[in-house]
Ligand binder design. Structure first.
Ligand SMILES: [Zn+2]
Ligand SMILES: [Zn+2]
Length: 397
């Protein structure tokens, strides 16, 4: 009697405490990660409080003010850490477009941890899933399926998207040091923020002429810079499937955009990337500026990384003969749904207008999904699919 009477309160307490424990331990899933991943999308407000705090911290500028040093530090830390997002989270852990030593990849994972975009393994798991189901119902952040705001920011607040499915990234999960960093993914950001604060305090003491201090550096160098970094990265999930031109006939609606490439150090050449994911460079031609690739090329000269993968000549040849309108038609032939353009128009009028203008520039009545354009898949993804053949789930096309 007492036991059953206490049970609901314990359950409630457990439910309240679980998100708090998950702030520290991302792998903590009392009911099992699989069950959590199968839940419907819904925002976990307690769990996302650190993310809300990150944005709220920007308001600290009201009290700390600004100095040239702090502002330029924020800009520099944005681009340095965007390089970590694109060059490490994406082009190393997600696609293995170059190689490094085991210790080297550990250092890269710490570097990428300063971006405050959870762990590299979480990032890679979700990103590989995106490529496998681009603009389909299962795609966690397709603007065509979920609308602009969900693809930009909402999806990472959803309970079902918190757990990392290590079984889908076995090539990475075999390294316990990477799993540890992924599991306790707040450690590196806290150390990073503390270091910035400490630097500011040192500058206040030893270089007072710069007019900065620990709190001001914390607000500009961490909170503001990291918030911009998040939204810059988020633009690839939201805008890069809406805005820009299509060169390749991929089965999704990925786009190439010079504006997005500038914001994200080369990730804006997203249609190129969806066509061929294993290349270290996303800008396939000399005029497609890809600073991440240039940075990785420089890094390879030191020997720290090696084996950068080129774009095959056959892909470059294919790209030379492709045209935007034919590629838009190919996207329309695929299973991409477009009803969310209406809500997008309300949410982001300019982007939606560009997207609609380009999407409707081709003939309207097209046969439904007869052709599956050739889409390159990573070695890592193909390896996973071979394993999947032995499981209950058939491999995705
Ligand atoms: Zn994409
Ligand atoms: Zn990718």
């Amino acid at each position: 009697m007492t036991s059953s009477a206490n049970k609901p309160s314990r359950t409630l307490l457990s439910r309240l405490l679980t998100p708090l424990v998950q702030w520290v331990d991302s792998d903590h899933c009392p009911d099992g990660a699989e069950k959590m991943r199968n839940e419907p999308d819904r925002v976990d407000w307690v769990r996302v409080m650190p993310f809300v705090f990150l944005h709220a911290g920007c308001l600290g500028v009201i009290w700390v003010g600004a100095s040239s040093f702090a502002v330029w530090s924020a800009v520099a830390l944005y681009f340095i850490r965007m390089f970590a997002v694109t060059g490490v989270h994406h082009r190393y852990f997600s696609h293995k477009t170059y190689s490094t030593s085991r210790f080297g990849q550990f250092l890269l994972a710490i570097f990428a941890g300063t971006t405050v975009q959870r762990g590299s393994l979480w990032w890679a798991y979700h990103h590989r899933h995106h490529h496998k189901h681009s603009d389909e119902a299962e795609d966690a952040h397709s603007p065509h399926v979920h609308g602009f705001w969900w693809s930009h920011i909402g999806w990472i607040t959803s309970r079902r998207n918190f757990p990392t499915d290590y079984s889908k990234i076995k090539d990475l999960a075999k390294y316990p040091e990477l799993v540890l960093l992924n599991r306790f993914d707040l450690v590196v950001p806290i150390l990073f923020a503390t270091s910035i604060f400490g630097l500011g305090q040192l500058l206040a003491a030893y270089a007072p002429g710069l007019g900065t201090n620990g709190w001001q550096m914390l607000v500009w160098g961490f909170f503001i810079s990291t918030t911009f970094l998040f939204h810059g990265t988020g633009c690839i999930n939201s805008m890069a499937h809406l805005m820009g031109r299509r060169r390749f006939k991929t089965s999704d609606d990925s786009r190439n955009s010079a504006i997005l490439a500038f914001i994200t150090l080369g990730e804006g050449w997203h249609n190129n990337h969806h066509r061929y994911q294993s290349s270290t460079r996303n800008g396939f031609y000399w005029w497609e500026i890809d600073p991440t690739y240039y940075g990785l090329k420089l890094l390879s000269l030191t020997g720290f990384i090696h084996g950068l993968k080129p774009v095959p000549a056959s892909i470059l040849e294919e790209g030379a003969h492709a045209d935007h309108h034919a590629s838009v038609v190919a996207a329309q032939k695929s299973a991409i749904a477009h009803p969310h353009y209406t809500s997008l128009r309300r949410a982001m009028p300019t982007a939606a207008a560009i997207a609609v203008a380009t999407a409707t520039a081709s003939p309207a009545a097209m046969p439904q999904r007869k052709v599956d354009p050739a889409v390159h898949k990573d070695v890592t993804e193909l390896a996973h699919e071979l394993k999947a053949k032995t499981s209950d789930n058939p491999p995705a096309i």
